[in-house]
Design a protein around this ligand. Structure first.
Ligand SMILES: O[C@H]1[C@H](O)[C@@H](O)[C@H](O)[C@@H](O)[C@H]1O
Ligand SMILES: [Fe+2]
Ligand SMILES: [Fe+2]
Length: 305
């Protein structure tokens, strides 16, 4: 079958086509990209305030997320999940497990997660045919959501999905539904509530603890299983939900030079992660052989999870 991705087809579109498409008023500029203006629910992407069927649930998700993600909680989770002692399986087996996962934090998507993985990867593949590592990054970036499944500890949604942000320093105002941090004990702790908190200038993001969820977990899995993906891929996996950084430009005072280099690729990746979300399905069986070949190139056959 053809991969009928109507919306992402417009991502990174040729110059001649641009004006005609803008006239249709369905697409808008976002940096270098021409992107769809509305999601499958008819709203703009990442609008956390607009009234709609998903809004109350998403807001409630962020309330619980913000009050529970403390410095101590994150330290404990990182330690626990670094053991990777829960499961042995391949990357593709994990993709299939994601069929049963629903993400309650996402205002733009209510499709099974495997669709989102393939939609992201295929949209990137069309515009960057030679960057096979980036296709694979698209496929695996959300695999950490298996933390929701009982065999991975059955973590609650607030500890797995949603945007991420540093803990151990002040929560930036640009974070979605920031007001709910007032219910987080760290908000009142002078060790954790200043601009730098426990960190220092340009210390590098790898020394910063991020709220716990699917990003950091999948980063640990890829790194500890000795994936040969380039460092930009690991950076994308680890920080793709860090919107305060890659979309609002906050927290740059914690970045080192390597982070700035890697951020360029995260900016590219983010457009595909966000704007490829649509109701149009990808034919899994058709594209599977290609992705299996990439998995073989960059990962061992079985990984520890
Ligand atoms: O709701 C979404 C979803 O959970 C994504 O997987 C995550 O990467 C985004 O940052 C988040 O806002
Ligand atoms: Fe994600
Ligand atoms: Fe995603």
């Amino acid at each position: 079958m053809t991969i009928l991705i109507e919306q992402p087809h417009q991502i990174g579109i040729e110059a001649e086509e641009k004006n005609a498409l803008i006239d249709e008023k369905e697409l808008a500029w976002d940096g270098d990209f021409l992107v769809p203006q509305t999601n499958s629910f008819g709203h703009t992407f990442r609008d956390y305030e607009v009234e709609g069927e998903r809004q109350p649930g998403v807001e409630n998700f962020y309330r619980i997320n913000h009050l529970n993600q403390t410095f101590d909680f994150v330290k404990k989770m990182r330690q626990e999940y670094s053991k990777l002692n829960r499961m042995e399986m391949s990357i593709w087996e994990c993709c299939e497990l994601l069929n049963d996962v629903v993400d309650e934090s996402d205002p733009d998507l209510d499709e099974p997660q495997i669709e989102h993985l393939l939609q992201t990867a295929e949209a990137i593949r069309r515009d960057y045919p030679n960057e096979d590592w980036l296709h694979l990054t698209g496929l695996i970036h959300d695999l950490g959501k298996v933390l929701l499944l009982p065999s991975f500890g059955g973590l609650p949604q607030w500890a797995v999905v949603g945007d991420t942000y540093p803990v151990g320093c002040a929560f930036n105002d640009s974070i979605v539904h920031h007001k709910y941090f007032k219910e987080n004990p760290d908000y009142y702790n002078p060790a954790y509530n200043t601009k730098y908190g426990v960190y220092s200038k340009r210390c590098g993001l790898e020394n910063v603890l991020m709220s716990w969820g699917h990003d950091d977990y999948m980063y640990l899995v890829a790194k500890e299983n000795h994936s040969t993906l380039p460092s930009a891929a690991l950076f994308i996996i680890r920080y793709h939900s860090f919107y305060a950084l890659h979309s609002s430009g906050e927290y740059r005072h914690l970045m080192n030079e390597e982070d700035f280099e890697n951020l360029k690729w995260l900016h590219v990746f983010n457009k595909y992660d966000l704007y490829s979300k649509s109701k149009v399905r990808v034919d899994v069986e058709k594209v599977k052989p290609y992705y299996l070949s990439l998995i073989k190139k960059y990962f061992p056959a079985k990984l520890k999870w």
